[in-house]
Design a protein around this ligand. Structure first.
Ligand code: SF4
Length: 356
């Protein structure tokens, strides 16, 4: 691959994997190491083509219906959260079912459940057909109305009685602020969570890309087209002054004619080694300046079902004997190693093991 040879790169921090994605990827890595392939995953574990392709290489099969999982096979449910019926159906169908939902999505599910039980009508702002939105609406379908735009708010029938406003975790902060103001104007007494439903990873990455957008000739956002927070980064970069914004899955999708200062960021499901490969291809003459907005130290432990499996395994036999490649295994309380390198090491390890 030819170098693009730009002047300088401004690199957003934070960028890439968030704590929820780290947890989900480490958890699926555990499943791959523990069980014979295929391991099944309901929906893409995270919305990133590169990550999904790597897991497919490791023998994971991604399905969009639990009925596609052969009875008894191990299954993991994605980080975006699933409908209660799906969780239940997976439990019944599979001998081992692990729900890798991000705890911050679970928090939103909890809000929906509580508000619905208290008799509120819920306005939920999210992307239609996005896995997270579908899973959240399914918590209380009779109480919830999903809207995506202000026009849809205007078209909604007037609500009488208590109203709650809840959102998807990965919206653009600016889009959310606009629609939230409109909703509050229409329903002044509306209930909202004290802290926005937009998660820390979404807001931190957008604040970082705001910083570099006006200082860059172009901005490159690494991530897949079905990743909501990646699309929000693209929109934010445009809004805050970047005249050219390119979303790419990897270095091979970079335009050849980039010049000057290039801002680089990555959606919450994009691996760091892809960021490194993009920078390598950009080959900045004057190096890379990191634009630090905040440090992220959040860590989410593996799902309880997986922790239970690990306890049983540990009790049954020494983990070292069971897993000869323990050098590439995450631990059940592993906040020190990052998921991107764990997945890379596992692929390299498997590649070595199949060499003649
Ligand atoms: S983007 Fe936010 S809600 Fe989604 S997995 Fe990451 S931390 Fe969780």
């Amino acid at each position: 691959m030819d170098h693009v040879d730009v002047e300088k790169v401004l690199l957003a921090r934070p960028r890439g994997f968030c704590a929820g994605v780290e947890m989900a990827i480490k958890s699926l890595t555990w499943m791959v190491r523990i069980f014979e392939p295929p391991v099944y995953c309901f929906h893409e574990i995270v919305h990133n083509k590169v990550v999904v392709a790597r897991f497919e290489q490791l023998g994971v099969r991604f399905v969009n219906a639990i009925s596609d999982v052969p009875a008894g096979s191990p299954v993991m449910l994605s980080a975006h959260g699933s409908a209660p019926e799906t969780v239940e159906c997976a439990r019944r169908r599979s001998a081992v079912s692990v729900n890798a939902v991000c705890p911050l999505v679970t928090k939103v599910h909890h809000e929906v459940r509580v508000r619905s039980r208290r008799g509120s009508s819920i306005i939920y702002v999210g992307h239609k057909n996005h896995d997270e939105a579908l899973g959240t609406v399914a918590i209380a379908p009779d109480s919830i109305t999903l809207i995506e735009t202000e026009a849809e708010l205007d078209e909604m029938a007037e609500i009488s009685g208590p109203v709650a406003l809840i959102s998807q975790t990965t919206l653009s902060m600016d889009d959310w602020a606009e629609i939230r103001e409109q909703v509050i104007r229409k329903y002044p007494g509306i209930w909202m969570a004290n802290k926005s439903d937009l998660c820390f990873a979404t807001t931190n990455r957008q604040l970082a890309v705001r910083e570099l957008s006006s200082r860059s000739d172009s901005v490159v956002v690494i991530g897949s087209e079905n990743s909501s927070n990646t699309i929000a980064l693209e929109r934010t970069a445009r809004k805050y002054g970047a005249s050219h914004v390119y979303r790419v899955n990897g270095p091979f999708e970079l335009p050849d004619d980039l010049v000057g200062v290039v801002g680089v960021t990555a959606g919450a499901s994009a691996p760091e080694d892809v960021v490194e490969a993009v920078i390598e291809r950009l080959n900045p003459k004057h190096g890379v300046d990191e634009i630090l907005v905040s440090e992220e130290e959040e860590y989410f432990p593996p799902p309880p079902e997986l922790r239970d499996i690990l306890k049983v395994l540990t009790a049954a036999v020494s983990l070292a004997l069971l897993c000869p490649r323990s050098d590439v295994m995450p631990t059940d309380n592993d906040s020190s190693s990052d998921a991107s390198s764990i997945l890379g090491k596992l692929l390299a390890s498997l590649a070595r093991s199949v060499q003649p």
